[in-house]
Design a binder for this molecule. Structure first.
Ligand code: NAD
Length: 478
């Protein structure tokens, strides 16, 4: 049985107490590996290593840092097949997705930020002939990087790359359900020539475990978390005594708004992706679909027909569209949402069941729910599975109100061929990321993050560096 260890100061090490936990393959329910269960002792060792390494990494010439990170990107690309296989084993997502999205984006995250950092500038102001002010940008120190299980390496590297490019050092705490590609990343980082202690990895759980220890550690300066909104609240409270700098990418319950003049072919195909890609386990999934009434019947019948064609099954089969959900516990949670929606009077149009042809693993048929009451749980809570609701609307004002009637504010999609309406509606939607006639189209320079309870701060391009750097202003009297 494979054993996954922590990576501290350039070495793979077990926990001091020798404890391990099981990592399960969600497509089969079998144990994939044993994972070292870290706690305060391991976090403390990792933070001390990161602090020591900060002295040299933070002062290394930017071009040199950038070169090492680009080498790491090369290595990720060279190990594409292996990393994609590991990501699929851990998550249950289709191999085709790991190969086309997760791993290539992980490599690109390093390339993008390694190049971007070389052009970072600051401000300078001449105060008449009295003084000259200029700002100097510094790395902040030691970062705790806490990531979720849905896009494990992609979202972890989205933090690690700008963090290290800016000259910080880090301790990564990947999700306990998906520890494998983070472990491989540590190995590749060493091979790329990253000095010992710059990147550390502690495996373990969140509350009362490695995650909490990292957030509470007095020598950690920043915490970047991607996870549930409830986790964000717990982390914010735990980080308060040491007043850490925080960046949160949290949950979403995103509206997908379809006007009657939409290009329906494009809209249906994209809505299939925005509903069921990665088993619906994407924070950006458009799980609340609103359709203008004249188009409602046609939209629903076409979406249902297309959904019934999706192949649910073995993530390693190239024909598979929808793989396994992350865990049995999560599958039960998603099924609970569906049961309660039906109890509240909603109707399951497609799916709602475990596929009968799969005898093991945590699979669920892609599910479309209609006839939902406006304030029922399924419309308000993040399900984070292959489940969408479809509701009709009559006016633009009505759909804007429906879309904003949530404490989340991560993303939204608007389908219309009327450009004026696209701008008008986009301006009113309370979401950090808004797509018009597309979904998941990302330019890494743009601000990414959530409004309301979907997050704090923005990542991407300069926004990531605003978080991972400090400014000091130097004022020289002339
Ligand atoms: P989660 O909040 O359960 O866990 C995320 C990470 O936080 C894990 O590593 C976990 O161990 C750690 N953690 C949990 N409690 C902690 C605590 N008290 N202190 C420190 N660390 C703690 O989230 P998840 O189930 O892994 O991921 C799914 C959630 O993530 C969904 O809500 C989804 O919307 C959200 N998400 C958001 C984005 C975004 O960009 N906004 C992207 C992906 C996922």
């Amino acid at each position: 049985m494979d054993k996954l260890l922590h990576f501290i100061n350039g070495e793979f090490v077990p926990s001091e107490n020798g404890r391990f936990f099981e990592n399960i393959n969600p497509a089969t329910g079998e144990v994939l590996s044993l994972v070292a269960e870290g706690g305060r002792a391991e976090v403390d060792r990792a933070v001390r290593a990161a602090r020591a390494a900060f002295k040299t990494w933070g002062r290394m010439p930017v071009a040199k840092r950038s070169q090492i990170l680009n080498r790491l990107a090369d290595l990720i690309e060279q190990h594409l097949d292996e990393l994609a296989r590991l990501e699929t084993l851990d998550t249950g997502k289709p191999l085709s997705l790991s190969k086309s999205l997760d791993i290539p984006r992980a490599a690109y995250n390093f390339r993008f930020f390694a190049d971007y950092v070389k052009g970072l500038g600051t401000e300078a102001y001449a105060t008449d002939d009295i003084a000259l002010n200029y700002a100097v940008r510094h790395p902040v120190g030691v970062a705790g990087l806490i990531s979720p299980w849905n896009l494990p390496l992609l979202l972890l590297t989205w933090k690690v790359a700008p963090c290290l490019a800016a000259g910080n050092t880090c301790v990564m705490k990947p999700a306990e359900l998906t520890p494998t590609t983070a472990t491989k990343l540590a190995e590749l980082a060493k091979e790329a020539g990253l000095p010992d202690g710059v990147l550390n990895l502690v495996h373990g759980f969140g509350p009362d475990s490695a995650g909490a220890a990292l957030v509470e550690h007095p020598d950690v300066n920043l915490i970047s978390l991607t996870g549930e909104t409830t986790t964000g609240k717990a982390v914010m409270a735990a980080a308060a005594p040491t007043l850490k700098r925080l960046s949160f990418e949290l949950g979403g319950k995103n509206p997908n708004i379809v006007f009657a003049d939409a290009d329906l072919d494009d809209c249906i195909e994209t809505t299939i992706r925005s509903s069921f890609a990665n088993q619906g386990e994407v924070c950006l999934c458009g799980s609340r679909i609103y359709v203008e009434r004249p188009l409602y019947d046609e939209f629903v019948s076409r979406l249902a027909a297309r959904t019934r064609q999706l192949v649910v099954g073995d993530p390693f089969d190239p024909k598979t569209d929808v793989g396994a959900l992350i865990s049995e516990e999560h599958l039960l949670r998603v099924e609970g949402f569906i049961e309660r929606a039906v109890r509240d009077g909603a109707r399951i149009l497609v799916g709602g069941k475990r596929p009968s042809h799969l005898s093991r693993g945590y699979y669920l048929e892609p599910t479309i729910i209609v006839d939902v009451a406006p304030h029922c749980e399924i419309v308000e809570q993040e399900v984070f599975g292959p489940v969408v609701t479809v509701q009709p609307f009559d006016t633009e004002d009505e759909v804007v109100a429906m879309a904003n009637d949530t404490h989340y504010g991560l993303s939204a999609t608007i389908w219309t061929t009327n450009l004026k309406r696209a701008h008008r509606v986009a301006a009113q939607i309370e979401a950090g990321v808004i797509w018009v006639n597309t979904w998941f189209l990302r330019d890494l320079r743009t601000p990414f993050g959530g409004m309301k309870q979907s997050g704090i701060g923005r990542e991407g391009g300069m926004h990531s560096f605003e978080f991972y750097t400090e400014l000091s202003n130097v004022c020289i009297k002339l």
